[in-house]
Structures are given as C-alpha cells and as structure tokens.
Design a protein around this ligand. Structure first.
Ligand code: ADP
Ligand code: MG
Length: 624
C-alpha cells in the first residue's frame, strides 16, 4: 500500500442489509453503540492478555485501558483501547463483511413485520455497525500487536452506506481508536454525564478500566477518571450485587432486551474451584429450537480471563437455553474445545452444575407459579429432551414436566405428574396417556370416552417430541405409564366391568364378518367396553409402534410394515345396530369397510386413500 492513498471498498451485500436494518430498527435504543464499542475494546484487551498468558506475546507490565475523549468542537467521540488491534486484512474481514454464518442465516430468516425485527435484532449481537445509528462518519485507526515494530497502522473510514475506505497511517501503539463523528441530531452524546451514565448502565462489570478524559479548569490540565467498577460481577459477593446489576449484566452478556426469569450465582470450592452465574431467560431465542444448533449460552472464563463463547461442554443439550458465565481456576488457560470435550474436570463440573440447575428449576416450580408457567411455555419443549438425554436425573426432570389432560381441559400444559398421581382414582395403578397429532385430535379422541365416564384423568400429548420421550419415560414414583391406544388387560378389567353387554348371535356373526372382510387390516374384531359415543375404535398391540410413530417414520421416508389393529365395536351405537340388520352381503361389506376407515381416520388423523373413503360414504348416503 502506498502512503496516503485511499483505497475504496464495497461492503458485502449482507453487510449493507444489516446496516440498513440496524439504522432503522434500533433508533429507539441507539445508546447501545457505546456498549458495543466498549465490548469490542474489552474483547481486544482480553485477546492481548490471553496471548501474553499463553506466551504467544512477550510483554511485561501490560496495563490495559479503554479511554474515551469527548470533543465538543468537532462533535466527535473517540473510544480507544490498547488491545490486540487489527491488521489490514483483519479490518477488511471484520468490518467489511459478515463472516459469521449464524448472522447470514439470521438475516435470511428475518420476518417482514417491523416490530418483530426489532425484537430479533435485540436478541442478536448488533456489534460495531450500531455506531452508524448516531454517526455520519466513523473512522477506525488500528495497529496489530504483531506489527509493533513498524511505525504504521491502518485507517478505515465509512459513512455507513455502500462503501468504505482504507489508508495506511502513522500509528505508534498497538490497539484501536474508534472516532465517531456524530450526526447533528445526536449531539446529546457529547455530554460527559450522559456517556458516564451509559457506561454505568451497560459496562460497569467490564474488567478493564474505562476512563474518561476530564478537563480541570483551575489547573488547565487533563486527567483520566475511571468510570466503571471494573470488577467481574460474578466475582463479587452476592450481597454486594443489586437486582438491577444482575439484570443489566444479563442484558449485556446476551443482548437480550427482556429481563431474565431468574438467576443462580454460586462459588464451588473443593477439588475443583469455579464460580457460575447462570440465568434462565424469559424468551426463547430465535435459533435455539434448531436441532443443528449445538451451542449453549455459556461463556467460559479461566481465572477471570475470557476464553470462549458457547461452551456446550458444561451443560447438557436440553439445558442449552441457560445463559451465563462459568469461571474456573481448575483448567489451563490455553485449553481448546477438543480438550474440553474429553476432560474429566469438565465432566465433573457439568454433572454438578446440571444437578444445581435442576434443583433451582425445581425450587422455581414450587415457589413461583407465574414464573414457572413462563419457563415451561418457553422452554418446555427443549426441556423434554432431558428425559431421554439424562437418564441419571430422569426422576427430577420428570417431576418438572407439565401436561395437558382431560381435567385441565386446556392446551396450556400445567399439570405435573405429582398432581396427577395425587388425583388418581383409588383403583388406578397406572398413569394414562394419549399421543395424537395435535391437541384437538387428542382431546376429542374416542379413546377417552370410557376414561371421561369413569372420571379418570389422561395426559394428552401432542408435541412432536412426545412419542420419543415416552419411549424413555416408563415409570414415575413407581407408577408405570400406559398408552391408552394400546390394549391393556389390566386397565380393561379395572374400569370397564360395569357394562353388561349381551353378546347375541347376531353380534357374533357381525364380528365374524368383520374379521373376514378386513382380514388384511386387522388382527381381530371385538366388543368394546370403552366406547360410549363412537361406533368403533382401533387399538394397537401392546408391543407395536403407535400410529403417530408410524407417521413420523413415514415422514423420514422409512418404510415399516403397517400396524395391524384390533377393531372394537360398540354394540349400543345406532350405527352398529343398523349394520346388524343389513343382510345383503355386498351392502354389509360396504358398511364394514366404512366403519374401519372411519376408525382409522380418527386414529391416524388421515387416510392413505381419502377418495376411496368418500366414495364409499357417498354410495351409502345415496342408498338411504
Ligand atoms: P463481534 O464483536 O460480535 O464479533 P462486532 O461487529 O462488534 O462483532 O465486531 C466485529 C469484529 O471486529 C470483532 O469480532 C473484532 O474482530 C473486530 N473488532 C472490532 N472492534 C475491535 C477493536 N477495538 N479491536 C480489535 N478488533 C476489533
Ligand atoms: Mg462486538
């Protein structure tokens, strides 16, 4: 690069898009640009410290700082750090394009509504570009520590539209200065007190000193005044931290604009030493349901030095919605993700933290119904994965599950297994559940009729994960789970004996005919003790897969043999009474086929050949 020549570059198109969005969506919260710039300065300082500690950089007496100068005359704010700095290539990569694939995905999935964009952007690190909300020009002057020997650094300049410029400049020290030339409308940021209060609000916990330049009228001298407390919040005593500080720290850490539901903060001493400050958010973040997303919201610090983000090694997958900080003295500073993965210490810490979190959530469920409802609504779906993932803690996880049921009579899941057991019928031994395509289908299923009649509650499950979960959840407090669409002699005996149905020869003949006609589809035909309103129902064998599972398999393209059902009929139903009267073979066949299709439709929620079913029905209707 020749000296004093400006090179012109174009922003990558995603960057332009992000810039545009940012400027238009975040205007009401524009002060966060200070937080973002300080956070970047602090990251750069941490990188310095990290490299010194792991002997990649040799430097004694490193004294970090973040410094702010307000220049009223030029309507300019300068935020400087003596962190690691950037090379020319780095500055092009870091400020000229969005390298992060998560960000690209985020942009491609943005909703159309403006209010939603606002919320999403709040959930997502807005970063350096937020400076353009308030500035007409931003100049970054930087020099990487590796180029310490040279007299030169790099200047980057942009107006936040389509392009930016790069120029070689003289720069003595490593680190970065960000110069913000404010728009005419934003000069309120030139007030000392304003900047100080923003720093207090967002960046108090940043461990590097944040100093602001003050002019002493009397002595006509400048001096640096430290604004932030400058201590890692999690290292302070609980009693020294206010609720507000905990909340602001959370927002700062996660970029979430919502208050967290609750947090847990503790230091463990003993063989391994660590401190954790963990939060339960009050909103699901946009990417957390993504099954590909293996990230967790945990940041790892070692001896107060930031090491890495998204350390999923310390939390089980089903707790990936938890956000916070883990700081330990028991791991070496230059640890890599791979080593973390197979590390004994990691495993031990993970086990302890998992238990603590579960206990904490359990306390929440006992003490704060309102908050627990929010927790379950937002994270219940993810939390359910724990039943299969964490067999060791299954009992406590199961006790935290919430369900819809006949009794709750609502799609909102509020019933715990403990309450279910307390309300069980005196003769009832098992926990009954039904899995269906959706809540509507579950709550209106004919399988429920006899249970309703006997006043026995049934859990209604209709989320995608439920079938899978129930394969792992077989008992709770010594009670076994029983799917009510499967044949179960024990329950039949318990509840259905009060019905006395006479099995006449006509009924016997009908059962025989049904078995004959539906040979290919069913194992047998029986009289049902369970039905009160429906004419017929299908039950699957104790060991067979359920209809719902079959559908899930079908969706993945796997072929498995069709389920053979048992068809049960309700002889008291007018439709069955009618069929019994029909003697003409052809007609009887049609009716029986229709009866089966109807039961199948109710069981599976759809038919392979709906047109065939409609034709049969139409034929029967015309013949009336
Ligand atoms: P993020 O901090 O989430 O990575 P930003 O948009 O805030 O995103 O910053 C983009 C990148 O620019 C940073 O990752 C970092 O590499 C670089 N950067 C920004 N500010 C500085 C700085 N003061 N010193 C060194 N590098 C910086
Ligand atoms: Mg940043």
């Amino acid at each position: 690069m020749k000296k004093n020549t400006k090179e012109k570059y174009q922003f990558q198109s995603e960057t332009k898009q992000l810039l545009h969005l940012m400027i238009h969506s975040l205007y009401s919260n524009k002060e966060i640009f200070i937080r973002e710039l300080i956070s970047n300065a602090s990251d750069a300082i941490n990188k310095m410290k990290f490299n010194i500690l792991s002997n990649k950089i040799h430097k004694t007496n490193y004294k970090e700082y973040i410094r702010i100068i307000i220049n009223k005359k030029e309507k300019k704010i300068v935020i400087s750090d003596n962190g690691i700095g950037m090379t020319k290539d780095e500055i092009i990569n870091n400020l000229g394009m969005i390298a992060n694939s998560g960000t690209k995905k985020f942009l491609s999935e943005l909703p159309k509504e403006h209010s939603k964009i606002n919320q999403l952007i709040g959930n997502f690190g807005v970063g350096f570009y937020s400076t353009f909300i308030v500035s007409q020009t931003v100049i970054v002057k930087t020099k990487h520590i590796d180029e310490q020997e040279s007299n030169y650094g790099v200047l980057w300049e942009s107006q936040g539209q389509g392009e930016y410029f790069i120029e070689k400049i003289k720069k003595e020290n490593h680190g970065t200065d960000v110069e913000i030339y404010l728009k005419e409308t934003e000069i309120e940021f030139l007030e000392d007190w304003k900047i100080k209060s923003i720093i207090k609000k967002y960046s108090d916990h940043i461990s590097a000193p944040i100093e602001i330049q003050e002019y002493n009228q009397k002595n006509k001298t400048f001096s640096w005044i430290q604004v932030n407390k400058g201590k890692a919040l999690w290292k302070l005593k609980k009693t020294d931290i206010t609720k507000n500080e905990y909340q602001e720290f959370y927002k700062n850490l996660t970029n979430d604009i919502h208050e967290p539901i609750s947090w847990m903060h503790s230091t463990i001493e003993g063989t391994y030493e660590y401190t954790y400050l963990l939060y339960i958010p009050s909103k699901l973040t946009w990417n957390i349901l993504d099954p590909e997303n293996k990230k967790s919201g945990l940041k790892l610090y070692i001896k107060k030095i930031y090491i890495m983000d998204d350390v999923n090694q310390f939390l089980p997958n089903y707790l990936r919605f938890i956000k916070g900080v883990l700081d330990t003295n028991s791991l070496p500073i230059n640890i890599s993700r791979e080593i973390l993965q197979n590390n004994n210490i990691t495993q031990k810490i993970k086990n302890t933290i998992t238990k603590k979190i579960l206990k904490f959530i359990h306390q929440l469920s006992l003490n704060d119904d309102q908050k627990y409802k929010i927790f379950w609504k937002e994270f219940g779906l993810i939390f359910k994965e724990g039943i299969a993932e964490d067999i060791q803690n299954q009992e406590i996880i199961a006790s935290l599950l919430r369900f819809s049921s006949i009794q709750t009579n609502s799609e909102q899941q509020t019933l715990s297994l403990e309450t279910y057991i307390q309300n069980m019928h005196e003769k009832q031994k098992k926990i009954y559940f039904l899995i269906a395509e959706n809540y509507e289908a579950a709550s209106t299923s004919p399988h429920l009729e006899i249970f309703r009649k006997n006043n026995i509650d049934v859990l209604l499950l209709s989320e995608r994960i439920d079938e899978w979960m129930m394969n792992y959840l077989t008992t709770f407090k010594n009670k076994t789970f029983q799917s009510i669409n499967k044949i179960d002699q024990e329950s039949e005996k318990l509840f259905y004996t009060d019905q006395n149905i006479k099995i006449t020869t006509k009924i016997k003949t009908l059962l025989h005919d049904i078995e004959e006609i539906l040979k290919k589809n069913i194992i047998s035909a029986q009289i049902s003790q369970r039905l009160t309103e429906s004419p017929a129902i299908l039950l699957s064998d104790k060991n067979s897969v359920s209809s719902h599972m079959l559908k899930l398999f079908a969706a993945t393209g796997k072929k498995i043999p069709a389920i053979k059902y048992t068809l049960q009929i309700n002889p008291k139903h007018p439709l069955i009474k009618k069929i019994i009267q029909i003697t003409e073979i052809k007609k009887r066949k049609l009716w029986i086929q229709m009866l089966f299709d109807q039961a199948l439709l109710s069981e599976q929620g759809s038919l392979k050949n709906p047109n065939h079913f409609i034709k049969t029905i139409n034929k029967l209707l015309i013949e009336q």
